[in-house]
Design a protein around this ligand. Structure first.
Ligand code: DC
Length: 242
């Protein structure tokens, strides 16, 4: 594990929200490692419950069936930013939750209020049990899950930049052009579903700091967020000392 090179002066709770492809996961993991904080990928938890639904023959478009089954899977998240883990009923789910099948189904499952209530409780208990502080990344962390977080950050980027990052691993130019268009469409569709749902839609908290990453490298985003967390940590340490 990378040792903490910088320090957040107090155990801070940091909420990082934003749509897919803004660099949320890479940024959150890196800043948590640099500052010696825990790390929680809440999207992975929604993916994990979705994977379980698909494996157990639940129709993900049937909200009642999803709600009825929501409490059955046992989801456990490991919060070491150097090696985050996720298991469902004891099975390693880190690989399977990244398949296209899960990605296509996760917005429907995560829109079900019973699913959100259960996963939100799980997230709050993980944050409460992180004495060193934690970076929690997702869509509704600043507004719903941890409204009292010490720092809230909302990452944004243009749809073009987000699609380019998501499909960046493809080599051939032609393949990349086709993939870029498809990735952009899929991202826009998922954003619309995540932002438009009734329960806890993707949204920026009024007191969140917005960081537009379109023109920034990952290193620049990390530096910016580390500086914001150090500021929030110093402020918290001052409050605690007073
Ligand atoms: O960050 P991600 O792409 O792995 O997230 C997968 C899905 O989970 C995303 O489409 C919306 C949902 N999600 C959510 O509803 N609330 C969160 N806090 C995190 C993710």
């Amino acid at each position: 594990m990378e040792t903490a090179a910088r320090t957040a002066p107090a155990a801070v709770i940091v909420a990082i929200d934003g749509p897919a492809g803004t660099g949320k996961s890479s940024t959150s993991k890196a800043v948590a490692a640099k500052l010696g904080l825990g790390y929680l990928d809440t999207g992975a938890q929604y993916r994990a419950i979705t994977w379980w639904m698909l494996n157990n023959g639940i129709d993900v478009d049937d909200a009642i069936a999803v709600a009825d089954a929501a409490a059955k899977p046992v989801i456990v998240s490991g919060t070491d930013p150097a090696a985050p883990t996720i298991t469902v009923d004891g099975l390693d789910a880190a690989g399977p939750i990244r398949t296209q099948e899960v990605t296509a189904a996760v917005s429907a499952v995560s829109a079900v209020p019973e699913v959100r209530a259960l996963i939100t409780d799980l997230q709050r208990s993980i944050a409460a049990e992180a004495p060193e502080g934690i970076v929690v990344e997702g869509r509704d962390i600043g507004i719903t899950v941890l409204p009292d977080a010490d720092l809230k950050i909302f990452l944004t980027a243009s749809p073009e930049a987000r699609a380019a990052r998501r499909s960046g691993e493809l080599k051939g130019k032609e393949a990349q052009a086709t993939d870029l268009a498809a990735t952009r469409e899929a991202l826009i569709k998922r954003d619309a579903a995540d932002s438009g749902r009734k329960t806890s839609p993707l949204a920026k908290a009024d007191d969140a700091v917005e960081v537009d990453t379109t023109e920034l490298t990952l290193e620049q985003v990390i530096e910016c967020v580390v500086t914001l967390i150090e500021g929030a940590g110093a402020e918290k340490a001052g409050r605690v000392a007073r």
